[in-house]
Design a protein around this ligand. Structure first.
Ligand SMILES: Cc1cc2nc3c(=O)[nH]c(=O)nc-3n(C[C@H](O)[C@H](O)[C@H](O)COP(=O)(O)OP(=O)(O)OC[C@H]3O[C@@H](n4cnc5c(N)ncnc54)[C@H](O)[C@@H]3O)c2cc1C
Ligand SMILES: NC(=O)C1=CN([C@@H]2O[C@H](COP(=O)(O)OP(=O)(O)OC[C@H]3O[C@@H](n4cnc5c(N)ncnc54)[C@H](O)[C@@H]3O)[C@@H](O)[C@H]2O)CC=C1
Length: 327
């Protein structure tokens, strides 16, 4: 019997890979047109821009092993940016020893690679997950029904997970109780490269808490000179309903103050509002489960709001499912 997995972000694909490797059949669903979720890219004529996750670190041995495997497949590479820190109105070099990884040639190369040939339905928003006499069935916003499935893994942000967990009210209320913070992400492109050595910059107590130069990341050389900016969650919350043009204008102005060199008007700009960018706090759940029902939940919010946390959560959902399945 097939296992339904809702969400093709890194958590859902981590679970899918582990279940598939154990010999089980999976069927994935995602409301978007492609995989990646918050590791997705926006595609333009001049290339793809990482509008979600910017890079990731690996601190857990299991994840570090997976990253090395992805590296051997050419999906990731190490990124060694010239790092700066912006604090008290001052821009200062802030080099460190931390190893940082990035998907090549784009962030979504990782989820694309993990998806491989696994069966998936894109542009399919699941609105209902219900248990019939013996099996699970799904209903989509487009009016389609799917099933039967032996198990369901929900791998979406918590507020999208809660309505899908009606069969397990405890899991639903846990998911509904998680606070996620929003983030406005903006990409700015300049025909002439900006005259700065900065390749990545953290900021504290500022409206922009991260900025990075796209072309210095592995596999992304070329024109124009593209920069990605992440507004802080505080600023994003305060400006949640601002229109995209106004967000671009404000963040462009702040970027010009922060980067310490002349910044002309961009030749291209793009803004994306991530309503559920990151959990306000970390949790120790690993993955949520009602094994007797056959319902499992994973995502970064079950651990830490990072790529690593999401991947580990997917592994944990698969582990719990396999443990119960083989009993
Ligand atoms: C701007 C930004 C910058 C970030 N920077 C970093 C960083 O530098 N380093 C780092 O480690 N992490 C970073 N993160 C966090 C990281 O991207 C996430 O922790 C991780 O990608 C979450 O993966 P996930 O699989 O749990 O969820 P998601 O990636 O959100 O995947 C969930 C998937 O479920 C789908 N979905 C939702 N509801 C439904 C439904 N009803 N039916 C069907 N499909 C559905 C969505 O379309 C999505 O594809 C950043 C995030 C953002 C937004
Ligand atoms: N914008 C968003 O929506 C999200 C951004 N996320 C960021 O993703 C990154 C992932 O975290 P980790 O994997 O722990 O990565 P990391 O170890 O590079 O960074 C962790 C945090 O430490 C600080 N820091 C690290 N290195 C430096 C440095 N050289 N100079 C100054 N400050 C530094 C900085 O505040 C940074 O946010 C962090 O930067 C998060 O802020 C995570 C989730 C969501």
């Amino acid at each position: 019997m097939t296992i339904a997995i809702i969400g093709t972000g890194i958590a859902g694909l981590s679970a899918a890979g582990a279940l598939h490797a154990a010999g089980l059949d999976v069927q994935l669903f995602d409301k978007s047109r492609g995989s990646g979720g918050r590791m997705a890219c926006t595609r333009k004529d001049f290339g793809a821009i990482d509008i979600g996750a910017q890079y990731f670190t690996s601190r857990d041995r299991r994840f570090a092993d997976a990253v090395q495997h992805w590296r051997s497949l050419g999906w990731v590479d190490e990124w060694k940016p010239s790092l700066y820190d912006f604090a008290d109105g001052q821009l200062r070099p802030s080099q460190d020893e931390q190893v940082r990884w990035i998907g090549t040639p784009r962030m979504s190369s990782i989820t694309r690679g993990l998806l491989g040939d696994l069966p998936v339905r894109f542009s399919c928003r699941i609105t209902e997950v219900f248990h019939g006499k013996e099996n699970w069935h799904l209903q989509s916003a487009e009016g389609e029904s799917f099933g039967p499935f032996s198990h369901v893994v929900v791998a979406t942000p918590p507020h999208q997970a809660a309505p899908l967990l009606a069969a397990a009210p405890k899991l639903a209320s846990t998911a509904a109780g998680v606070t996620m913070e929003p983030v406005w992400a903006v990409a700015l492109a300049f025909d002439q490269p900006l005259d700065t050595p900065v390749e990545g910059c953290f900021a504290h107590d500022s409206a922009i808490d991260w900025l990075a130069r796209n072309r210095d990341k592995p596999g992304r050389a070329g024109k124009p000179d593209i920069w990605t900016l992440n507004a802080s969650s505080r600023w994003s919350r305060q400006h949640l309903d601002l229109d995209k043009e106004a967000v671009i204008e404000q963040l462009h102005g702040l970027f010009a103050e922060q980067i310490g060199c002349a910044v002309p008007p961009p030749t291209f700009a793009h803004a994306h509002r991530w309503l559920y960018a990151r959990p306000a706090a970390s949790h120790e759940w690993g993955a949520l489960a009602d094994p007797d029902l056959g319902l499992y939940v994973c995502g970064d919010w079950c651990l830490s709001g990072r790529v690593e946390g999401a991947w580990l959560s997917g592994q944990e959902a698969a582990r719990k499912l396999l443990q119960h399945h083989t009993r």
